[in-house]
Design a protein around this ligand. Sequence first.
Ligand code: LLP
Length: 386
Amino acid sequence: MNELLKEIANEYGTPVYVYFESVLEERALRVLKTFEGVKFLPTVAVKANNNPHLLSILSNIGFGADVLGEGELYACKLAGISPEKIIWNGNGKTKEQQKYMEEQHIGYVNVDSVEEFEELWKNSETNMELFLRVNPDVDPKTHPYISTGLKIHKFGMSFQQAEALLSKYRGKISGFHIHIGSQILEVAPFKEAIEKTINLAKKYEIKKINIGGGWGVRYKEEEKELDLEKYRKVIIPLLQNFELVLNEVGRFIFAPAGVLLTKVVRIKETEYKNFIVVDTGMNHLIRPSLYGAFHKVENVVSKSTKKIIADVVGPLCETGDFIVKEITLPRPAPGDIFVVYNVGAYGYSMANNYNGTLRPAEILVKKDGSYELIRKRESIVDLYKF
Ligand code: LLP
C-alpha cells in the first residue's frame, strides 16, 4: 500500500487525493444491505464528494443522488445518474432553480420551509415529488456546526407547520424528509426522529419518507462507527409500511475511501514546540480547523526510530492552518510523504483557493490495482479567469 501511495505521489505530485474503488463499493453495498426488505432508493449526498468518476461507480450499483444546486447536479449528469433518481435539497432555493429543476426532470424536492412552499410550490403544477423537510427537534449529539435537527437550527419546518400545509395541500405533498445532522455514532437519535415523523405520516397517510444521511464513521482509534446491525434491527422495522424509503448518506460511503498525500516541506523546532510543515493545509482539508476534527496521519516513507512530538501544519497564513496537533510519530525528513486518512468525504468538496493556492489532483485506484487521474490539479490560470 505504501509503495503504491509513494508511486502515485511521485507520478502526480503532492498534495493529491487518492480514492479506492474497492472501499467505495464495499461501503455502498453495506448501505444497500442494511435496507434489504424495504422499498428503498439509496441516494448519495454529493456534497460529501462531487467527483463524477466516483459518483458513476455508485450509480452503477443503483444509487441516485442528493444535490444542493446546479453544480452538484452537473456532476451527477457527468456521472450518468438519471434525473428521476435525484433529490434537490437546500433552504435557499430560488425561482430560477425551480425552473431549472423542472427542465432537468429531477425526481424529488425536499421543501425546507412554509415560505418556500408558498412561494415556489403552492401554485405550481409539477411532476417532481415534494417532500416536506420536518425538524423533529432531536439532538444528534454531534458537533454543533453539523447538527441540523434541533428547533433552533435553520433547517426544516416544525410538525405544526407541516400539519398546517398538509391540511390545505395534502394532494401536492408526497412525503416527509428528515436529516438531523452528520457524523452521528448512535442509533437512538435516528430512531427518535423517525418515530416522531412516523406519527405524523400515519395521521396524513403519507407513504414515502426520506430519512436523510448522517451515519458516523470512525476517525479516532477509540471510536466505533455507527453500528449498522443495530441500526438494521431498530430502524428497519419502523419503515416496513412505507411505499418508498429514501436516504442520503454521504460521509459513510466516502470518508474511508479517500486519503490525502502531502509532502513534508521542513521540520521547524522552537524552544516550545515542534512543527512539521507540509504542502497542504486548511485549503485542502478544512475539517480539523473548522470542526476540530481528527484525521490520522502517517509517514509512508521513513520509519525512523527517533520520535518527535509535533503539530503537522500547512503553509498558509493562519494559526488555524493545521492537519493534526501534538502527535507523536517517527521523526520525518523533508521530502517524506504523509498520508492523511479518512478524507474521502468533505475533503476535496470543501477545498478552497485560500492564499492563491491550487486545489489538488484526484486519483482513483481501481479494483484491479491500476490507477488513473480523475480530476486534474488546478493551474494558476484557473484562479484568475474573468
Ligand atoms: N442530507 C442532507 C440534507 C444534508 O444536509 C447532508 C449533509 C447529508 C444528507 C449527508 O450527510 P452525511 O451522511 O454525509 O452525514 N462538512 C461537514 C459535514 C456537513 C454535512 C452537511 N449535510 C463535515 O466535514 O463534517
